[in-house]
Write a protein that binds this ligand. Structure first.
Ligand SMILES: Cc1cc2nc3c(=O)[nH]c(=O)nc-3n(C[C@H](O)[C@H](O)[C@H](O)COP(=O)(O)OP(=O)(O)OC[C@H]3O[C@@H](n4cnc5c(N)ncnc54)[C@H](O)[C@@H]3O)c2cc1C
Length: 391
């Protein structure tokens, strides 16, 4: 009997085995040897708050699949093992003059796990990591190695980009990158009223813009970043005051264990939706001390991306991991739902399959391709089985 838990410790499971796989052959053999009815899931760095990794009988830990396999400087692409922690990627790409186009606000995730859930940073013209996938190498539900790209799959490739670990075991990802770049970060305070009044304008003015609003003080710490030719300033200063290479400035230290709910709404609705969440915290959930985070995100074509065909704003609410967050999150979710919000796949939500189908026009097509690549359903954990469309 083995044991697995996620980053916050809120999700855990006893299961048959956690396999620390080292080769494509290891993975294929495990898949082919599964007993009838056994299911297997892939674990990245375990940073998801949603029950994506648990809910099967076996877990494959892809930590051994790490490193940049090669770079193509001319086309600005890099082929990367899917278990690679993002924090090891910055310098490795930089040595070829390349950088990820954007990344989340921590860099502890694996590339495979981050892409599987549509992980994003902030920037109105910047897409999530999944949208920057050029091709993937994957072992399907029969244990066969496949190279998936627009060439091999046509428009179905847009299904695979946010895959939730449901299509198979991704072993390598070819990412579209860009030339290495530096960022200067600036931060300033705004009251809640100032934020609500000026949000549209601030989102337009700053290409990279985000804020954390603290409910107790009704104050927002706004953070903006702009590309710069200035020399990096070492030692790297504290968050909000840094100047350095992209991978030095973008990730932050977030040690306090928490859970998180994040919804994406149309960019035009962001200010009104934030104003309702602020009212909820100031009038009803006055005991909550954790901030609300607000970010911008460019539209993309990945079928289950939370920015699918819509310019997006993401709004996250947090709670201490020791506290039962469900009443607070349910109240937030009812506000997000009124704005046709789409949940972050890696964070807490309470939606069922019908809700999800109504938010994603390509929901059934995504399942059609998934079932084709995994006809035995070995990657369908409890969560996926629950939201799967009825046939
Ligand atoms: C402190 C903290 C900060 C965060 N900040 C951000 C942020 O700024 N932006 C944002 O968008 N999200 C953020 N997240 C959420 C996080 O990026 C996602 O939950 C991400 O999926 C975690 O990556 P992981 O490697 O831990 O994957 P896991 O949580 O281990 O797995 C996530 C999913 O990916 C699948 N998977 C993993 N590897 C593979 C593979 N090789 N092949 C197939 N499937 C695979 C798993 O089966 C699972 O379905 C944050 C989470 C935490 C805890």
């Amino acid at each position: 009997m083995a044991y697995w838990q996620n980053w916050s410790g809120k999700l855990s499971q006893k299961l048959e085995a956690v396999h620390f796989v080292r080769s494509v052959e290891d993975i294929s053999a495990i898949i082919r040897d599964l007993a009838p009815g056994e299911r297997v899931r892939v674990a990245g760095a375990g940073h998801s708050h949603a029950p994506l990794v648990i809910g099967g009988e076996r877990i494959l830990d892809l930590g051994g699949f790490s490193g940049v396999k090669n770079t193509d400087v001319h086309h600005q692409r890099a082929r990367i093992s899917a278990g690679t922690p993002i924090y090891t990627l910055g310098q490795a790409l930089h040595s070829s003059g390349l950088a990820l186009r954007n990344q989340g606000d921590i860099d502890r995730q694996s590339l495979g796990g981050a892409c599987a859930t549509g992980t994003h940073g902030s920037g109105r013209a910047l897409q999530n990591l999944s949208a920057n996938i050029e091709s993937v190498q994957l072992i399907d539900g029969e244990g066969c190695l496949r190279e998936l790209s627009r060439d091999s799959l046509g428009e179905d490739f847009d299904a695979v980009k946010v895959g939730l670990g449901a299509f198979g075991v991704v072993t390598e990802i070819e990412m579209n990158c860009r030339e290495a770049f530096k960022l200067r970060e600036v931060s300033f305070q705004r009251t809640g009223d100032e934020l609500v009044a000026n949000l549209h304008q601030m989102m337009q003015t700053h290409e990279r813009f985000e804020f954390f609003w603290q409910p107790r003080q009704d104050q927002g710490l706004v953070k903006t970043m702009a590309e710069t030719d200035d020399a990096p300033e070492y030692p790297i200063a504290k968050e909000g005051e840094r100047c350095g290479w992209n991978y030095e400035v973008l990730p932050n230290h977030r040690p306090h264990l928490h859970t998180e709910m994040e919804y994406s709404v149309a960019a035009a609705d962001g200010p009104a939706c934030f104003a309702e969440i602020r009212d909820l915290l100031m009038n009803t959930f006055t005991e909550v001390q954790w901030p609300v985070e607000y970010r911008t995100l460019a539209r993309d074509d990945a079928w289950l991306s939370n920015a699918y065909e819509r310019e997006t704003v993401t709004i996250s609410v947090h709670q201490d991991v020791r506290v039962n967050e469900s009443d607070y999150y349910a109240a937030c979710e009812s506000i997000f739902k009124a704005y046709q919000g789409r949940p972050h796949w890696g964070k807490v939500h309470y939606l069922d399959g019908e809700n999800l189908a109504s938010l994603y026009p390509k929901w059934r097509d995504w399942w059609r391709l998934r079932d084709h690549l995994d006809p035995r359903g070995i990657f369908l954990n409890d969560f996926l089985a629950r939201v799967r469309p009825k046939r």
